[in-house]
Design a protein around this ligand. Structure first.
Ligand SMILES: [Zn+2]
Length: 297
């Protein structure tokens, strides 16, 4: 040690050598009444040649089937090497039993009449449909509007009109809207710091549902194992997209219901094990009405 005062540049250089620890610890939150719920993982904005392989490895190890919403522009634009890598990743998703959906072409707000014209929105959708068709996936397919702008109920009449138009366009092309219930905020460097607690709290408050993540952020891949472990430690169960298909399909046009209520009956049920077991238990006549003292709130 020379005793010499550090300059600002020295301090910055030192900080750069020891980056902030961005990793999370496994957490646990038991929902009120000890209830546990079904959760479905979904990933937007990919595939990323560097991040998506890591996400797929983690999901495989955890035996979880997720949904990937493809930014279809990325299958056309960019370096040929990256385009090929993205297409190969989509083939891997298919092989490993994941669901693949469209996240439109360009990442625009479909129901924002001040930034998007009806014509440009339609052109954008058509470009996405063309790229999706090349993937040879059986329809119907899920569709996720960027920013949720297309299924959210808009307070501006012009935007509501745009949302209706966009909804009709995707349905007419063989897609169904696929919303999210639980936002991990992995898109925000500040807000994601609250995870996994905020994700676990959202699972309790929304009684399970679809979790929003993005397979383009290093942080997401770094922390996915902890998030999965935290969800499981809290007693919840991961479900696949085919298991919840009619739930997501109906969400945009019907009153909101929780995934647990949708799967388990009008009053919801306690999910204690695998969905198949719990679902059949909840769907018996007794449980759907008054017989299920364990699960009825
Ligand atoms: Zn997005």
């Amino acid at each position: 040690m020379s005793g010499k005062a550090q300059s600002a540049d020295d301090i910055i250089a030192e900080l750069a050598k020891s980056p902030v620890d961005d990793s999370m610890k496994v957490d646990k939150k038991i929902c009120s009444g000890g209830k546990s719920y079904p959760v479905h993982l979904s990933f937007d904005d990919g595939p990323s040649p560097t991040i998506t392989p890591r996400v797929l490895d983690i999901l495989k190890k955890a035996n979880i089937k997720a949904t990937f919403f493809i930014s279809t522009e990325s299958l056309v634009k960019g370096k040929p090497k990256d385009i090929n890598a993205r297409k190969e990743l989509i083939e891997r998703m298919k092989r490993e039993g994941h669901t693949i959906g469209s996240h439109s072409y360009a990442h625009i707000e479909h129901a924002n009449s001040t930034t998007t014209s009806q014509q440009s929105m339609m052109e954008n959708l058509k470009k996405s449909f063309v790229e999706m068709d090349k993937l040879n996936l059986p329809k119907p397919l899920p569709f996720r509007f960027p920013y949720g702008s297309g299924w959210n109920v808009e307070s501006v009449p012009a935007n509501q009109k745009m949302a209706n138009f966009a909804m009709n366009a995707i349905k007419g092309a063989g897609y169904y809207p696929f919303h999210w219930d639980i936002d991990t905020k992995d898109w925000s460097k500040i807000k994601r710091k609250a995870l996994p607690v905020s994700a676990l709290e959202q699972i309790c408050s929304s009684k399970g549902g679809v979790m929003l993540m993005h397979d383009v952020h290093k942080w997401t891949a770094d922390n996915l194992p902890v998030l999965i472990e935290s969800v499981r430690q809290s007693g919840h169960t991961f479900v696949s997209e085919p298991e919840i298909r009619d739930y997501s399909e109906n969400r945009a046009s019907k009153p909101l219901v929780s995934l647990a209520d949708h799967l388990g009956g009008p009053q919801g049920c306690v999910y204690v094990g695998h969905l198949d077991r719990a679902g059949s238990k909840c769907n018996t006549g007794n449980n759907r009405n008054t017989g299920n003292t364990e699960g009825v709130q």
